[in-house]
Each structure stands twice: as structure tokens, then as C-alpha cells.
Design a protein around this ligand. Sequence first.
Ligand code: DON
Length: 303
Amino acid sequence: MDFQSVLDTIAQDALSMQDKGQVATYIPELAKIDIGKFGICLIDNKNDIFSAGDTDEGFSIQSISKVLILAKAFQLIGDDLWKRVNVEPSGDPFNHLSLLEQENGVPRNPLINAGAIVVCDVLVSKLKNPKKDFLQFVRDVAGDHTINYDTSVAQSEKRTGFKNFAAAYMIKSYKNLENEVNEVLDLYFSICSLALSCRQLVHVFYLFMNHGKCLQNKNHLTVNQVKRINAIMLTCGFYDEAGEFAFEVGLPGKSGVGGGIVAVLPNKYCVATWSPGLNKKGNSKLGMLALEQLTTKTGLSIF
Ligand code: DON
């Protein structure tokens, strides 16, 4: 498969698109990002890397990190996790609160904000230094010790993340939060601020195309844990657009409001895109189009 020429065509098409969506502004730091950025990077099962566009510039991965905290929490407490958070698609935007109250403080899935807050609570309970230990986990998986949080993005969201405070207090009121709201959200805002390039993202998510083994050949998750996390990405990774992503692209994946998307075809490849303009559902507009083109042009999706 000539991935390089497919990625070159996709990048060219993306750069010529007039309507790139809208950059997220509800986190003030993210409003500063240049909407003209576009990158796509793919690693295949022979560890060959193909890329086009801005693939070495770090950006805020935001909700993409929800998959990584899920992996760490699953590694730490196994199936007990599912007593605290469900695995059903919500069909709702990522920050909605209504289902949370109807369902007694048990979030629909770990990839919406409320679910990730519960997963952060698990990490705060189980890790000695939650921020430091989680960062170390991401660095180990990527084999890259330059990866870091962007504290200005974390601070910016802390000042404006009122809905996340509301979700955390609601969860706490139903006794599904063991730790203090401020401590849990401090971790949540930090993990959302992780800054990675498309190239670093495919290094990290390689794990999910390779049955839990990272590029350094170390096992971080079991085959069954990866099966479950990929299923959650497929059904819940794009909120109220999860069906659309499965329909258009046909891969388990995850988006973030920083404009990143990462997706995997188990045994075959892992791909990351970055284009900061979002569609109305909060997913990268050109990223979705690029991945639709990738799976359509190559015929390589899970279907
Ligand atoms: O909590 C928030 O709203 C952001 N830190 C993350 C949201 C996000 O990335 C949703 N993804 N598309």
C-alpha cells in the first residue's frame, strides 16, 4: 500500500478547503491556535512512518487523553472500573449533564467529560503522584520523555471549566467520587492539556493497534483490555457523532477539541490528524474528512 501518496493527496486537498470549521474558544488558550494548520501521520505494522503537513508540531490533545487515562485506570483496577462508569454511547455532546443526573451519577461512558472525571478520581486514589505518574506512563508508552503538560492550557481551562465543576459535584453528590473535586479536576485539566504532535500520537496509540504492546515491545495492556478500549473508542469516541464517524471512517478513534483525531486499524495501522477547526459537534472538520478519504482510498477500515 502506497500510504505516502495517499497522505500527500489528503493533505493537499485539506489545504485547499475553504471551510475549515471553527477553533474552540471556550478554553481561551485554544482560541489562539492558527486554523491553517494541518497534519496527518500514519504508522503501519512494519513500524514504517508516513506523514504530510504539520506533523511535528505539538498541540493540545484534550479529550484524546481520555483514552490514555482509561488505559491506566484499567491497568490499575481491572474490571472494577465498570462499577463506576458505563460503556454505552451517550448520543449527547461531550459536556452534557442531563443523563448524569438521570443515571445517578454513573457516567454513560469513560470518553465523555463526566466519565473521564470518574476515571481521574480512580487515578487520584491509586497513584502516589497522579500527575507525575500518569505523565510517566504516557512517556513510557511513547518511548519519548519530552512529552509534557501545557500548564497555560490547563490553567486556562481551570478558570473557565464551570461545566466540569458542575459534573464533578453532581458525581460527588451521588457518592461516585472518592476525592475532593478540586484535586480530581486539577488532574483532569492537566491530562487534557497534554501537548503532542501527530507523530508522537501515533507512537502512543500504536499500543491499541498492537494488542497492548508498545513500539518498545513492552506489554502495557492485555489483549482483552485493548479489545474493550477499542470497542469504547468505536462506539463513544466522537460523542453524538460516533455513528457518523463509524459510517464515514469505520475505525475506532478519539477526537479532542484541540483539533486532533487518532484512529487505529488493529494489526494494520495507527493514524493521527490535526486540524484545529471544529465542526458543530466539537470534532475536527478536516480531520474527519481526511480519515474518510484515507479509509475510502485504501479500502482499509474495520469493515
Ligand atoms: O473538558 C473539556 O471540555 C475539554 N478539556 C475536553 C473536551 C474535548 O476535547 C471534547 N472533544 N472533542
